[in-house]
Design a protein around this ligand. Structure first.
Ligand SMILES: [Zn+2]
Ligand SMILES: [Zn+2]
Length: 252
């Protein structure tokens, strides 16, 4: 009796040691729990701080509504001029822990965060509903790529594309003009800043693309990139981002 009790404790200990992980956000050691969509990506505490935005936003551009519980409804801007893309998916608002993680990924070289964040987005139920043939990350201009050393959108696109069983095609879209860092929510300024900034390969002709970025603010960058893809003959563009800016004054 005593022997089997001890054996069970040893098995439990082995189970914990064999399965424990370090949370990529807070570095705490935890035992991932099995969820419907796979093993948890962050510790329980960090997972609870990374909620998916399910309601209360514009399905066209992602602009948050005044209250998170409001049903999805197009904003005035999208009603007046529907976006170029067929669908938009994002995980959550660019605030709190998600904001800190995306900034660490983008500016502090924490490239290892790209995998859990890319998978977090891939687990959005709307990702499974997208009709797309490949994932294209929003490219950086080569001067910024040389300074940063990596493109955070590409690093997010790799695990996301693998999880969705799609190819990741980072060479089909190029940023041909360096744009000033974008701050604020001024759409007209952002549009002027990004217009003509992208060039797409003729190989996009006839294919449906999921355009991926780390953060979407006004959608001006996505719009310029989607426009280049559609002008080059893409059959359709959907867009996805891990975070969507919360309100005026926050930058991406
Ligand atoms: Zn954690
Ligand atoms: Zn909108």
């Amino acid at each position: 009796m005593k022997c089997s009790y001890l054996r069970n404790i040893l098995y439990d200990l082995w189970d914990i040691l064999a399965h424990e992980r370090r949370c990529p956000a807070c570095e705490a050691v935890y035992v991932p729990c099995e969820k419907r969509e796979g093993k948890s990506l962050f510790c329980p505490e960090c997972s609870s701080l990374l909620p998916r935005r399910e309601k209360g936003y514009c399905p066209g551009c992602g602009e948050p509504a005044a209250w998170p519980d409001l049903p999805l409804a197009p904003c005035l801007r999208c009603l007046a001029r529907p976006p170029l893309w067929d669908a938009l998916v994002f995980h959550g608002l660019f605030q709190g822990l998600l904001r800190r993680l995306l900034l660490r990924l983008k500016f502090n070289g924490h490239v290892t965060l790209a995998r859990p964040l890319g998978l977090l987005l891939a687990r959005h139920p709307d990702c499974a509903k997208l009709s797309v043939d490949c994932v294209i990350p929003v490219p950086l201009h080569r001067s910024r790529l040389a300074r940063r050393g990596y493109n955070q959108a590409l690093e997010l696109a790799k695990p996301l594309a693998a999880a969705l069983h799609l190819p990741c095609e980072s060479r089909l879209l190029e940023r041909i003009r360096a744009t000033a860092p974008q701050t604020g929510e001024n759409l007209a300024l952002r549009q002027r800043n990004t217009r003509g900034a992208f060039s797409a390969s003729s190989h996009v002709r006839g294919i449906r693309i999921l355009l991926l970025d780390d953060i979407v603010t006004t959608g001006a960058t996505m719009e310029a990139a989607a426009n280049a893809l559609l002008e080059a003959g893409a059959k359709g563009v959907s867009v996805a981002a891990v975070g969507r800016t919360a309100r005026i004054g926050q930058s991406a």
